[in-house]
Design a protein around this ligand. Structure first.
Ligand code: GLU
Length: 448
């Protein structure tokens, strides 16, 4: 483990003491603190003014009961969360995750990361996150709709286009956003498009929002490769996951001339050395809502492995796009041994601290999630802009804006890493650049 500066130890001890057992939250805070030693040495006022302490304490945490009835008339109770972490730069902004693993610690780690990610986009958005331990797997349309309505029946009172603007995350896509927006509109009697992002195109959504996280992560990797005079063309790429982020990562990698040879889901990993047929994956996942193992049944030459790690498939570029801590130190060692050149995190905190350390030591280009996957939330901010001006932009305009934002995020991280004497260290660069913008805004707003 990398040491944290002794001046930050006291604040970190308070975090551990106040939030016992929230391991992912501790991990996310620690990773940022590991980068801030030199920053507080140069600017001791960040500590003196309690900015570190304030940034680790959510402004507000909402926990609520979500009761709903299944198709057989059986009553279920889930727990809902919204952690409104930081509003120094704009309304709380961040997704909702519906997954059985959700608990307060998970939502807090995601909300904490979101503050810095949103800051890095340069856009006027604060940080928040929410969700529920509801498991959508195997649930009917009607059950999903009733759950979303019950969830919003409590959450609506905390939201508003200038207050808190949720979006999707794992288990929450266009369908769920639709049901939640419908319920919000019904309760408030307001067509307030800017209260949720990731909406359908016919009712206030933005083109490119669906593709944005995967496209953005790929643009970020392209920028990193260019610093070494390299390109995506001809690279072998492994993308974990098979959700929205993974699918549109594959799409952009292929458009840029790379070859994706493996994907995965919770049932195992799929390898197709001829290059993944994305149309088939989209049909299996989006239309048929089946597992990716189905692909191997329909394509000769493709193999599905129920056991083993996707990271043992030799590749030039790894793009973890499934979930937190999916890429361990062991996986990183294997990737490095197999000659990996770049890693771009499409998911939030997918690499463990040990994996990150190994990548940095081996001088692998490593794009941390809070920079590399910021394209999703940045395009949400573009959706908010379109809603505010009652306008809608073309696909080309919006994608161009996204690629410029990713280029800017890349250069802020790279410049900050240079300034702090660690060229090429995007983890340090992202944490410092993200932190400074928020902390300076908080300072200007006084002790609130
Ligand atoms: N859930 C996404 C993220 O992790 C998107 C959030 C948003 O669009 O508000 O950044």
């Amino acid at each position: 483990m990398v040491a944290i500066d002794e001046k930050l130890e006291g604040v970190y001890a308070t975090v551990l003491h106040r939030s016992p057992g929230e391991l992912e939250f501790h991990q996310a805070v620690r990773e940022v603190f590991e980068s801030l030693g030199l920053v507080v040495a140069k600017n001791p006022s960040y500590l003196a003014e309690g900015l570190l302490e304030r940034i680790c304490e959510p402004e507000r945490q909402i926990i609520f009961r979500v009761p709903w009835t299944d198709d057989k008339g059986q009553v279920h109770v889930n727990r809902g969360f919204r952690v409104e972490f930081n509003s120094a730069l704009g309304p709380y902004k961040g997704g909702l995750r519906f997954h059985p693993s959700v608990n307060l610690g998970i939502i807090k780690f995601l909300g904490f990361e979101q503050i810095f990610k949103n800051s890095l986009t340069g856009m006027p958005i604060g940080g928040g996150k929410g969700g529920s331990d509801f498991d959508p797997k195997g649930r009917s349309e009607g059950e999903i709709m009733r759950f979303c309505q019950s969830f919003m029946t409590e959450l609506y009172r905390h939201l508003g286009e200038h207050t808190d603007v949720p979006a999707g995350d794992i288990g929450v896509g266009g369908r769920e956003i639709g049901y939640m927006f419908g319920q919000y509109k019904r309760i408030t009697n307001r067509y307030e498009a800017g209260v949720l992002t990731g909406k359908g195109i016919a009712w206030g959504g933005s083109l490119v929002r669906t593709e944005a996280t995967g496209y953005g992560a790929t643009f970020f990797v392209k920028e990193m490769l260019e610093t070494r005079g390299d390109a995506m063309e001809g690279k072998k790429v492994v993308v974990s996951g098979a959700g929205n982020v993974a699918i549109y990562t594959v799409e952009k990698v292929q458009q840029l001339g790379g070859k994706v040879i493996a994907m995965s889901d919770s049932g195992g990993c799929l390898v197709d050395q001829d290059g993944i047929d994305l149309a088939l994956i989209k049909d299996i996942k989006n239309n048929r809502r089946e597992r990716i193992s189905q692909y191997a049944k329909e394509r000769t030459g493709a193999h599905h492995y129920a056991e083993g790690s996707i990271w043992s498939v030799p590749c030039d570029i790894a793009m973890p796009s499934a979930t937190q801590n999916e890429l361990t130190g062991r996986d990183a060692a294997i990737l490095i041994r197999n000659g990996v050149k770049a890693v771009g995190e499409g998911a939030n905190m997918p690499s463990t601290p040990e994996a990150i350390r190994l990548f940095l030591e081996a001088k692998v280009l490593f794009g941390p999630g809070k920079a590399a996957n910021a394209g999703g939330v940045a395009t949400s901010a573009l959706e908010m802009q379109q809603n505010a001006s009652r306008d809608s932009w073309t696909f080309e305009t919006t994608e161009k804006r996204l690629s410029e934002i990713m280029r800017n995020i890349h250069s802020s991280c790279a410049n900050m890493a240079d300034e702090y004497g660690a060229p090429g260290n995007y983890v340090l660069g992202a944490n410092i650049a993200g932190f400074k913008r928020v902390a300076d805004a908080m300072r200007a707003l006084g002790v609130v």
